[in-house]
Design a protein around this ligand. Structure first.
Ligand code: LLP
Length: 465
């Protein structure tokens, strides 16, 4: 029988990297992880979604992103079942294409978009406008016009300028629902580049300075006008990404509910929705901490109930916006080894046919990944090797010091798991390198969702000598 990446934890063929693997049953707690193997293993028959990875590489070339549809759907369902009372808005910035939007829609999720481009894709496939939330600290006038034109459910406002501009652009008498993005002043202890709950960053209205209260006042000015242009649908916060602590979300909920109570006391207006954003962590390697969705659901539910009881407020509708937690583990990137460099006593470098253009996360955030040999069986002992890309930078590293077989050689295939989120969506064409395709797998069938970029694609934009 061919090995499947979707085997149970006991039989997983990928002991080095089990946390990064697609799995039909999401395993949000570390208790379900298998222990790391002390030896590097290789497997010629390793498969995802019933399709051999080596076969995908042979058919579609490398590098290639592989995406397990069943895994995405299972994680979407896990959110819906853990939080049946909540609206789950998938954060499309993690990965978006037409098929992904279709999966999200059919699993009953809403969609968080953060640009006119993401909105256009959602509109293109007819995603219901009322289930779209538009974000962005600096929306262009065109973004706003497009959102109003499509009738998106909520627009998250991020600055006083934006509130005024939106109110003027919206049709008086047909109020646009808005969420106010609040900065709750909480440090999620994640990488600085993705920490957004703290005071000193570009997003949102500070609770501490009173800016958030002023924003409530400003939106209500337009809501309580004779011909209202805005409607305060809720308060929003997003604390950052790769957050493992559940308590910090509970604290954010308490702080935002206190602001809701202030709005009721000051204006006699009940704010109906609490959006706690996304940021739920994913363990990329064995031993990396995971986000515990069940504990989150229980804690947030209890916290909201208690805080609302204290403030004598009705329970608001809860919205959460996971991106990475839905799609990261469904992805595996396939590379071919191009060359190797051994520096005796120092390091062995394995250079592959991709790199920071298809996965900028190690360079941007110091993110750690694993990789393993696929496509042939090796019994050679492992030695630490650093997998690097083909770009003109020393920082173009995919994974540091991994145990890979000593007989690794050019032409071999490597698979890097847990690459479904913020890989394709942040890919670049650095060094005029074309972006890889995205191949979906399901029930033994592979299909191209996004084709490989060609040099013609790149050169088509270069319109003048
Ligand atoms: N909601 C809002 C308003 C956001 O800004 C984000 C992510 C999310 C939800 C989803 O966050 P997630 O659940 O995926 O962590 N490029 C970085 C991540 C940047 C996230 C930006 N905002 C990375 O590769 O780690």
């Amino acid at each position: 029988m061919r090995n499947q990446l979707r085997l149970s934890a006991e039989t997983t063929p990928w002991p080095l990297t089990t946390t990064g693997l697609p799995s039909p049953t999401p395993t949000p707690t570390s208790a379900t992880k298998t222990p790391s193997s002390p030896t590097a293993t290789a497997d010629e028959d390793l498969a995802v979604g019933g399709v051999r990875l080596a076969e995908i590489a042979a058919t579609y070339g490398t590098p290639a992103y592989v995406l397990d549809e069943a895994d995405v759907r299972a994680r979407a369902r896990a959110y819906r079942s853990a939080l049946p009372e909540a609206e789950i808005a998938y954060a499309g910035k993690a990965f978006l294409c037409r098929a992904m939007i279709g999966w999200v829609q059919s699993e009953g999720l809403s969609l968080d978009v953060c640009s006119g481009g993401e909105l256009a894709l959602a509109r293109h496939v007819g995603f219901p406008a009322d289930r779209i939330v538009l974000h962005g600290n600096a929306k262009t006038p065109r973004d706003v016009q497009d959102a109003l034109g499509y009738g998106v459910g909520r627009i998250v406002v991020d600055s006083t300028y934006e509130i005024t501009q939106l109110a003027v652009a919206a049709h008086a008498g047909h109020p646009q629902k808005v969420l106010i993005r609040v900065t709750p002043g909480l440090d999620a202890h994640t990488h600085k580049a993705i920490a957004t709950g703290v005071e000193d960053q570009k997003f949102g209205f500070s609770l501490a300075t009173g800016a958030a209260a002023d924003a409530v006042r400003q939106v209500l000015h337009w809501q309580l006008a004779d011909r209202p242009a805005l409607e305060l649908a809720g308060l929003h916060c997003h604390l950052g990404s790769q957050i493992t602590s559940v308590d910090i979300f509970a604290e954010a909920a308490r702080r935002l509910i206190a602001l809701m109570a202030w709005s009721r006391d000051e204006f006699n207006v009940i704010v109906p929705e609490l959006d706690l954003g996304g940021g739920h962590a994913v363990g990329y390697r064995d031993g990396d901490p995971d986000f515990d969705l069940e504990t989150y659901a229980r804690t947030i539910r209890t916290t909201i109930a208690k805080a609302c009881h204290q403030h004598r407020l009705p329970i608001p509708k809860l919205t959460v916006e996971p991106g990475r937690a839905i799609v990261a583990r469904a992805g595996v990137t396939l590379y071919r080894v191009l060359t190797m460099k051994r520096i005796p006593g120092i390091r062995t470098f394995v250079a592959v046919d991709g790199g920071m253009s298809d996965n900028p996360r190690p360079a941007l955030y110091g993110s750690a990944y694993t990789a393993r040999l696929i496509g042939r069986t090796s019994t050679a002992p492992p030695e630490p090797m650093t997998v690097v890309g083909r770009h003109c930078e020393a920082g173009d590293v995919i994974a540091h010091d991994l145990p890979l077989p000593t007989d690794l050689r050019p032409g071999d295939l490597l698979a890097v798991p847990c690459t479904g989120a913020y890989q394709h969506s942040m890919a670049s064409t650095y060094n005029q390198v074309c972006r890889p395709p995205v191949i979906a797998v399901r029930d033994g069938v592979a299909r191209v969702l996004i084709r490989r970029e060609t040099l013609e694609d790149l050169q088509a934009r270069d319109v003048s000598l």
